[in-house]
Design a protein around this ligand. Structure first.
Ligand code: APR
Length: 308
């Protein structure tokens, strides 16, 4: 069987870190493509120099030519500008939307059958715009946001409770931004729901640390936005897609009526495998949780309308 081929558009912090994790896990052959061609080639060469130490058989190459990306199984799009201190993800909309459009013009003809995973922020809007521009089937247009938000939620819960990450089952859905929806009632520590484990104050702190997790990294770095946890979240999704595992992960996926929401991509639990989204998992949300999800959808829709 031929090895999976994954193209990563954007060889910056997120893209190159994802490439490095993919190689360490020996998951696929990787092509890094960037308008900064020397950087893509240089990082690919640097990564290949790890090969004998880390004993992987996968390869990575750097390029500026979309012909080299042809026949990819998955295309991960991280091209774009990251946030600077004081910026929201939404502030990036105009410039990154233009970048997504030009990336699709290059990459889509070369890999018409690939699963596309968008990472560029504002993530939800980019995923929706990309679906509209590309005309790709909805199950092959995904965004990475919920896995990262869930990882940050899990970290905040671990910090507050002292529990090990393995004891925690957490979930964040909705928009990848201020309107995200952490679900304490459906998140557990050692099987106990979070909302019965923590005081309202502690719960509010955990939720705030989750929502502000990305901004906290931006404030500390001063020169860009988070990339280790985003890259790790990308690779978690790629493992499910390339390995056809059917893992259920919070994915920016198209809703065609699930949760009473239609025609918009937003983070919900989705079963991932070969071909992308294999199904949406519809949780039994209470009235308030459902209302938050609907508000998240409205926030994303407003941004799409503002740009279109
Ligand atoms: N085609 C290919 N690559 C491009 C293009 C383009 N049209 N435009 C920009 N790039 C590349 C840049 O040259 C740069 O190398 O995208 C890369 C982005 O890398 P960084 O600036 O390091 O940004 P990074 O931290 O990786 O974040 C990328 O992911 O998490 C999101 O908000 C983040 O939108 C941002 C994206």
């Amino acid at each position: 069987m031929s090895r999976p081929k994954i193209t990563i558009v954007g060889a910056g912090n997120v893209g190159a870190t994802a490439a490095s994790l993919l190689l360490l896990k020996d998951l696929a052959d990787v092509v890094l493509i960037d308008v900064a061609v020397g950087m893509a080639k240089g990082k690919a060469l640097d990564l290949m120099h790890m090969r004998s130490n880390e004993q992987f058989v996968s390869t990575v190459s750097g390029t500026g030519d979309y012909a080299d990306t042809a026949g990819s199984d998955v295309v991960v799009v991280t091209a774009g500008v990251p946030r600077k201190p004081g910026m929201t993800r939404e502030d990036l909309l105009g410039v990154n939307a233009g970048i997504i459009k030009s990336v699709l013009e290059g990459v889509q003809p070369a890999s018409p059958d690939a699963v596309y995973l968008f990472v560029t922020n504002p993530l939800d809007v980019m995923t929706n715009l990309a679906a509209r521009i590309s005309g790709l089937p909805h199950e092959r247009v995904l965004g990475m946001g919920g896995v990262l938000d869930t990882a940050r939620f899990t970290y905040a819960i671990a910090q507050e409770t002292g529990a090990a990450p393995q004891e925690i089952e957490a979930l964040v859905v909705g928009a990848h931004g201020e309107a995200m929806v952490p679900l304490p009632r459906l998140s557990t520590v050692g099987g106990t729901p979070l909302d019965s484990l923590l005081s309202p104050d502690a719960l509010a702190r955990v939720v705030s640390n989750t929502v502000q997790g990305g901004a906290s990294v931006v404030e500390l770095l001063q020169t860009g936005s988070a990339f280790y946890a985003p890259a790790s979240s990308i690779v978690r999704m790629l493992e499910a897609i390339v390995g056809d595992t059917g893992a259920v992960l919070s994915t920016c996926a198209f809703l065609d009526g699930a949760y009473g929401i239609d025609g918009i991509a937003m983070c919900v639990p989705a079963r991932l495998g070969a071909g992308g989204v294999q199904g949406i998992v519809e949780l039994d949300l209470d009235h308030s949780e459902r209302a938050q999800l609907v508000a998240s959808a409205a926030a994303i829709r407003a941004q799409i309308d503002a740009w279109a």
